[in-house]
Write a protein that binds this ligand. Structure first.
Ligand SMILES: O=c1nc2n(C[C@H](O)[C@H](O)[C@H](O)CO)c3cc(O)ccc3cc-2c(=O)[nH]1
Length: 314
């Protein structure tokens, strides 16, 4: 079982499937990045996992569909209807239309996700962390509008995280309940893997849903550092870590998760000296540069989890 954000999580999961082809993998997906645009519900992280594992992802971008066109977006802009800064393609629009239609008909997000996965067959059981609405908001000091909270996607995509975040809040998380099947899947898992997803707005948001952190902490948990040599492998995780007062280092992220949650931590060779009390740290190359490298990273995470849970290391 794994908790996953978007691109880093999805690529790691593809490696995990290659490393453990017989495994029954459940993925708890982050929904804090979800946003309503043009009346449609968009779930970027769930879709990124679904498209990546289902063979429909735009490989260069890491999000959105392969072979995409943007006619609908251009037509909307011709009416003066934005936002222009969020790239929803025509093929992707279909996913959001189906999702929104099913939600409006009364289906929960977990059921909708299952229905969408019927088409994509990602080869994992993908469950949103919650069926309740949780949206990550970022408090910034806007030079024009003063201090205000904006949606995570506006900060991430429009502003490229260039305005420092004063705080990052998963709005609605405290009252949210884990989606049906989430706690049971965690309880029955052999171990839990934390891919190199954003520790604040991806894994952190999933863990903020009441009940999930405790359930995960009760298992053997192995994480893969998203930080190599003091910088994020991709994305702008450093801006998120700074916002919550955590240094951008493999050691600080492990300490942030804490030994009550993490049993094992894979760091890159560049961070080979890292030691954290109560956590078994191992170093190896962590760049997911191609399918083989990604598979080897996932195999190392599985190996460490098996070792720490007392099972066979192979
Ligand atoms: O950098 C971008 N990321 C885009 N992403 C990725 C997304 O903003 C973030 O990378 C994740 O939410 C962070 O995990 C999209 C993802 C989708 O599923 C659908 C549309 C988009 C659009 C953009 C975009 O225009 N620019």
């Amino acid at each position: 079982m794994a908790l996953a954000g978007g691109i880093g999580g999805a690529r790691f999961l593809r490696g995990l499937q290659a490393a453990a082809p017989e495994a029954d993998i459940t993925v708890i997906g982050n929904t804090g990045d979800d946003i309503s645009l043009f009346g449609l519900r968009v779930c970027p992280d769930l879709d990124t996992v679904m498209y990546t594992l289902g063979g429909g992802i735009n490989e260069e971008q890491g999000w959105g569909r392969a072979g995409e066109s943007f006619t609908v977006k251009e037509e909307l802009l011709a009416y003066g209807v934005g936002p222009s800064w969020f790239g929803l393609g025509d093929r992707d629009f279909a996913t959001h239309i189906v999702r929104t239609q099913m939600l409006a008909a009364g289906y929960e997000l977990s059921a909708v996700t299952e229905a969408l996965c019927d088409r994509w067959k990602p080869g994992v059981r993908l469950i949103p962390m919650t069926d309740d609405q949780v949206e990550t908001h970022v408090v910034v000091d806007d030079p024009e509008h003063g201090r205000r909270a904006i949606h995570f996607q506006e900060w991430w995509v429009r502003l490229r995280a260039a305005l420092p975040a004063r705080s990052i809040v998963p709005v609605g998380a405290e009252e949210a309940r884990p989606a049906p099947g989430v706690l049971k899947a965690i309880e029955s898992a052999d171990f839990v893997l934390l891919p190199p997803s954003n520790p604040v707005v991806s894994v952190g948001t999933i863990l903020a849903i009441p009940g999930i952190r405790d359930a995960v902490a009760a298992k053997t948990v192995v994480g893969v550092s998203p930080i190599i040599g003091g910088a994020p492998v991709r994305g702008m995780a450093d801006a998120c870590l700074t916002a919550i007062g955590v240094e951008t280092s493999a050691r600080a992220v492990a300490e942030h998760y804490g030994p009550d949650l993490l049993d094992g931590w894979l760091v890159d060779e560049a961070d080979a000296g890292v030691a954290v009390d109560g956590i078994a740290v191992r170093s190896r190359p962590l760049l997911m540069s191609d399918a083989g490298a990604t598979r080897a990273i996932a195999a190392a995470a599985v190996g460490l989890a098996r070792e720490l849970s007392g099972g066979p290391a192979a």
